[in-house]
Design a protein around this ligand. Structure first.
Ligand code: ATP
Length: 263
């Protein structure tokens, strides 16, 4: 009986900068529909790891596979075309375009349609853009210029833009950075709901431990480039090694002050 490969399989991923071992032999897997958080203190290697998954950085060794297909060494655009979407720490939208047009541009890009950005974009994929905006609760904002949006709304728009690619895997680098606490929980609740409905796997890094422990199905913990723990939120919270690296930050205790601490 053949076993289908996981959505994302990471094997022995390694990257050094001169004498700095940023990521050392990291391996993990992610299933469709699963929400996996990647946490660790500052300098743990989270961003380096992320950038190797989306093709922005080349590993020294190791493999990344999407549904069994090698993505290692491919360019970001090729990896995106294979079904890996991403959202950014700093929102990447066109301020002078409307909210709907921003999603249309992403849809056009996905469909590889040729167009004149300022000429015909408003007529292309209008309905699909509207549907995606409804999905993230932004239907009422469709005709507003993006530059007028509040930060939390921009993040929801960014989610709609990432979904325009119909991704199998969504990489979210600190998706709630800069948001108010209530907005953070709301954005991740929405992301988790959409991921479950559409069977999208989500890998995210996050500084807010409330968001991590509330929304992740599973957590992996990096420290100095090495994966030191992996498990359910309860398992990771109770892991003595994890507690030791976060000691003093009050991160892992129910009801403790967790705001603003480093992921
Ligand atoms: N381009 C680079 N050149 C040299 N060293 C780098 C480079 N990028 C990262 N590093 C080093 O690699 C290690 C891991 O960095 P990385 O940014 O991946 O950690 P991180 O967990 O994302 O940290 P943070 O939470 O602060 O963003 C750090 O010691 C960092 O200084």
């Amino acid at each position: 009986m053949s076993v289908s490969p996981p959505l994302l399989a990471v094997e022995g991923l390694t990257k050094s900068y001169g004498g700095i071992h940023a990521v050392r032999g990291v391996s993990f897997a992610l299933r469709s529909g699963e929400i996996l958080a990647l946490i660790g203190p500052n300098g743990a290697g989270k961003s380096t790891c992320f950038d190797m998954l989306n093709g922005q950085n080349k590993p020294d060794s190791g493999h990344v596979r999407l549904l069994g297909e090698e993505t290692t060494g491919k360019k970001p655009r090729e990896i995106w075309r294979m079904g890996v979407g991403r959202t950014f720490q700093i929102t990447a939208t066109f301020a002078t375009m409307t909210v709907r047009e921003n999603v249309q541009v992403a849809l056009i890009s996905h469909g590889q349609q040729l167009f004149n950005l300022w000429g015909s974009a408003p007529n292309v994929d209008r309905n699909e853009a509207g549907r995606l905006l409804e999905l993230v609760g932004m239907g009422g904002y469709a005709d507003r210029p993006c530059g007028e949006l509040a930060y939390g709304d921009l993040k929801r728009l960014e989610l709609a833009v990432a979904l325009a690619n119909d991704p199998k895997l969504l990489l979210m680098d600190e998706p709630t950075a800069g948001m108010a606490p209530r907005e953070r929980v709301e954005l991740m609740r929405l992301t988790a709901q959409i991921a479950k409905e559409k069977s999208i796997g989500v890998l995210f890094t996050e500084h807010d431990m409330d968001v991590v422990f509330e929304h992740a199905d599973r957590i992996i913990v990096l420290n100095r480039g090495t994966l030191i723990a992996e498990g359910s939120p309860a398992e990771v919270r109770g892991n003595p090694q994890v507690q030791a690296i976060y000691l003093g930050e009050g991160l892992l205790y129910e009801g403790g002050h967790r705001e603003g601490a480093s992921a």
